[in-house]
Design a protein around this ligand. Structure first.
Ligand code: HEM
Ligand code: SF4
Ligand code: SF4
Length: 533
């Protein structure tokens, strides 16, 4: 992240964030090399969590066919699953357990990654805030699952959970009494557990759906190849180390040595040492602290995008490109001959400027002084962008004048010479590149965004690539000499590569100029364009 963004963060939080970002950055670069940017698992960790949920759900439904929900036969039915029927039901049991375990890991990584990317503040609060209950629902699902097997571990979970729950007077008589002797154990209570183990994951699914409501085109499915790799890895682990039960529960004995699942039950030993109230206090305290994080200082909020009706024809491009569902088309409120106009919901807008880059009116070629577009960022309007580009280009020196249009969240954010910064590279309308090259303002334009799999504004890198490739409106016109345009995708820590790619681009430009003098655009074409405007 650029230094100016981190300036006001509370120091411990700033260090934690920067340290984590560096670790993730290293891991992501490694994963990009190993899997390719499109398959980088860290970049789609939310989608992988969704996929794991479905694996847990499908394997759970399969197991339910063979599971005996009565307290007496629950254990033996699970033994039957893992014993004689290991090759289908047993494998499904292992899938169920290992996918649940992996989900704890992926969610922890997802949460840490969003924190390190600083994507939880301001208008982005919603996904962060709604993520916290998901952790609770996930843990309740896992804990009730361990309970159902009714082995020694289940007995331990039952006894400790009952002690924890008994501090609340909602259950009438103490739950712990159920686990004193076999006679006390009621089948009705066990049925309640089965019900909870089905109902809570359904609530989790509803929560997951709510969690992504403010995100446009959320990635909820990993690419097929990655999904296949995850399935293959789960199968390999299931065959190598099948999930098994411990000895059958025995209420006449106190479970002493139980092998814990440290992913789901790490706090259970604490219940004995610090007591139930303290443990609840700790859990609720941490949850409240995490949930409150989006509202901690610094309170920075750039102004939301603003629609300028005389320049909006209701084409829908900004709606399509906005990564946060902040724009919609509404019936026209002025006398322009179009059925719709764009409307921005300021509460959802993160001021990324991608909509400005998408708008067909965002063309710097127009000769008006008060250059306006259909949708603008008040903090960095198109007029100012054009002026900044012209001024920065005028300062370029040397034989190969490379102007960088850089994202402030990527490697170019720390660059000081020959850079015009944007909150996202997709804020750059392709016509701006045409403008720079056809006017001969620079010999080459380098568009420098975040690293390919960690776009701060989610879709900026994807849209920029598609616009340049001519597969998404507004596309870069064919007449723009592609050899004078470079894209550099590099994180703030990857400055060495950024500088190297910039230098390589300058060298390519030098070779180009040596072989044939540049024909930067043709005057008659852009004269025609200006005349049109
Ligand atoms: C079952 C658990 C979870 C699942 C399945 C899940 C899944 C997802 C998915 C699919 C996205 C959209 C990613 C994209 O397309 O860009 C997302 C976004 C997000 N998630 Fe989660 N998530 C979970 C838990 C959490 C938790 C516990 C937190 C943090 C407390 C969290 C924080 C966020 C944030 C902040 C975003 C939005 C990032 C942005 O503004 O671009 N999530 N999540
Ligand atoms: S600046 Fe535009 S694209 Fe970005 S969130 Fe706001 S309305 Fe959406
Ligand atoms: S892209 Fe521009 S013209 Fe099209 S709907 Fe949005 S603001 Fe209006």
């Amino acid at each position: 992240m650029p230094a100016r963004e981190k300036a006001n963060d509370w120091p411990p939080l700033r260090f934690a964030k920067a340290g984590l970002r560096r670790v993730f950055d290293l891991a992501e670069r490694g994963a990009e090399r190993l899997f390719s940017p499109a398959l980088n698992p860290l970049a789609q960790i939310g989608a992988i969590s969704f996929f794991l949920f479905w694996i847990v759900a499908v394997s759970g439904i399969y197991l339910f066919i063979f599971f005996d929900t009565g307290i007496v036969d629950a254990y033996s039915s699970v033994e039957w699953i893992s014993g004689p029927h290991w090759y289908h039901a047993g494998v499904m049991r292992s899938f169920h357990r290992y996918a649940s375990d992996l989900m704890v890991v992926t969610i922890a990584l997802h949460m840490l990654r969003e924190f390190s990317l600083d994507r939880y503040r301001g208008t982005r609060w919603f996904s962060w805030f709604t993520g916290i209950p998901l952790v609770w629902f996930l843990y309740i699902s896992g804990i009730t699952g361990y309970w159902l097997v009714w082995d020694m571990l289940a007995q331990y979970v039952a006894v400790v959970s009952a002690k924890l729950l008994d501090v609340f007077p909602v259950f009438g008589e103490p739950l712990a009494r159920n686990f004193l002797t076999p006679e006390h154990l009621s089948s009705r209570f066990f049925s309640l557990l089965v019900f909870l183990h089905i109902a809570v994951p359904l609530i989790l699914l509803l929560g997951m759906w709510i969690h992504i409501q403010r995100i446009s085109r959320p990635k909820v499915n990993p690419p097929r190849l990655l999904a296949a790799l995850i399935l293959a890895a789960l199968l390999a682990v299931s065959l190598w180390k099948p999930a098994t039960s411990q000895a059958a529960a025995d209420l006449s004995r106190v479970p002493v040595e139980v092998g814990l699942d440290w992913l789901y039950l790490p706090l259970y030993p604490l219940a004995g040492s610090i007591g139930a109230w303290s443990l609840w206090g700790l859990l609720v305290g941490i949850s409240i602290m995490l949930a409150a994080m989006p509202w901690l200082p610094p309170f920075r909020r750039a102004p939301a995008a603003v629609v300028d009706l005389p320049n909006c024809n209701g084409c829908n491009r900004c709606v399509e490109d906005c990564p946060y569902e902040a724009i919609r088309l509404v019936p026209r409120t002025d006398s322009e001959p179009f059925p719709h106009e764009a409307e921005v919901n300021a509460d959802l807008c993160v001021s990324c400027g991608i909509c400005m880059g998408a708008c067909p009116s965002s063309t710097p070629f127009r000769r008006v002084d008060d250059l306006k577009t259909g949708i603008d960022l008040p903090g960095q309007p198109l007029r100012e962008v054009r002026d900044d580009v012209i001024a920065a280009a005028a300062r370029l020196k040397g034989p190969q004048r490379v102007l960088v249009l850089g994202c402030e969240h990527g490697a170019a954010g720390g660059d000081v010479g020959g850079v015009v910064s944007f909150p996202c590279v997709a804020m750059v309308p392709p016509s701006l590149i045409d403008f720079i090259l056809s006017k001969g303002l620079a010999d080459g334009v380098a568009v420098a965004g975040c690293s390919e799999s960690a776009c701060y504004n989610r879709l900026g890198v994807e849209w920029t690539k598609a616009r340049f490739a001519g597969t998404r409106d507004p596309y870069l016109r064919k007449r723009v000499p592609r050899e004078r345009l470079a894209t550099i995708w590099a994180s703030p820590f990857d400055t060495t590569r950024y500088e190297a790619e910039k230098a390589a681009f300058a060298a390519r430009l030098a070779a180009l100029d040596a072989s044939a003098p540049a024909e930067a655009g043709s005057d008659d074409i852009h004269d025609r364009e200006e005349a049109e405007a």
